[in-house]
Ligand binder design. Sequence first.
Ligand SMILES: Nc1ncnc2c1ncn2[C@@H]1O[C@H](COP(=O)(O)OP(=O)(O)OP(=O)(O)O)[C@@H](O)[C@H]1O
Length: 339
Amino acid sequence: MTVIEARGLRKVFRIANKPPGFGGSVRHLIRPRYHEHTAVDGIDLDIQAGEAVAYVGPNGAGKSTTVKLLTGIIQPTAGQVRVCGLVPHVDRRANAHNIGVLFGQRSQLWWDLPVRDSLGLLRDLYRIPQRRFEARLAELEPVLGLADLLPVVARKLSLGQRMRADLAAVLLHSPQVVYLDEPTIGLDITARDAVRGFLRELTRNGTTLMLTTHDLADIEEVCDRIVIVDGGRIIHDNSLTAIKNELARDRTMHLLLATDCPDLDMSAALPGTWSDVGEDHRRVSVRFDRFDYSAGDVLSAVGRHATVTDVHIDEPSIEDIVRRLYAGEMTSGQVASAS
Ligand SMILES: Nc1ncnc2c1ncn2[C@@H]1O[C@H](COP(=O)(O)OP(=O)(O)OP(=O)(O)O)[C@@H](O)[C@H]1O
């Protein structure tokens, strides 16, 4: 079932050309001048129920603007958008019940209230029955470690504590679609793992997740699809596995040998591979295309020359791939689209 559907979505901001200083302000009042900036430039997007999609791109790419359009905070200049069958900027109230949003550093919590009271207010706002509210808090408690946070006034929370409390606020009404911006920022390693595990669990249970983040580990551990935007356009849209298969076929196996092997060259046994022997003649690296050879092929080929005592494989990271896409080393023509 398609939960998020956007066609030709476009947002153009009108920006005032205000000259500097008081004189400039007066001149602008008399004769205002503007220029236009296209933040989102014709985006087509279909996201299915239960999908976890990473929506990433360099600063200013148009990520937040897209999320604002999908949540109905702003209206599109052109194009159509539907979320759970509703037009977000038209059916704002109904849409709010279907979605949870954690946006940048903006908190949902009332600054001067204990977290418990903020959650109570949100319970009333979303009209959550008391029993369901308590059951939901009990579900969220072990992941987000809420018990310690509930009595604390929001402004006294550390960044990581506030993030946990905010996540509880976003997820309290069990929304069908959740938009999260940098959801693990400020969390320690344990809390980060717990949140990532929890987000995976959410999508397994059918919640649709759209993650805008610069933390690529979040993407690898939570998302199954990655949409990359740049200049307001989608430059890549595919599953994480497909992007790796297509753009990161090389693996490098590093082997430690029991005996010196200064002249080891794998190119005869495994044509198309590249190998390098370290100065100590015992450390060998073999780079291979994973669709041409398996790790076992490489291991046994090296094993015919020397006893291997240790081995590890460098997998290409999603970080490398995304960096190359941002840098324009690859274009959408070189990569398959999910649509
Ligand atoms: N309200 C606005 N008025 C004018 N221009 C805007 C407005 N909001 C965003 N922009 C511009 O639109 C472009 C896209 O901004 P957006 O915030 O969507 O980027 P982003 O991908 O979320 O970036 P970041 O990773 O830095 O948060 C930027 O050039 C930004 O300056």
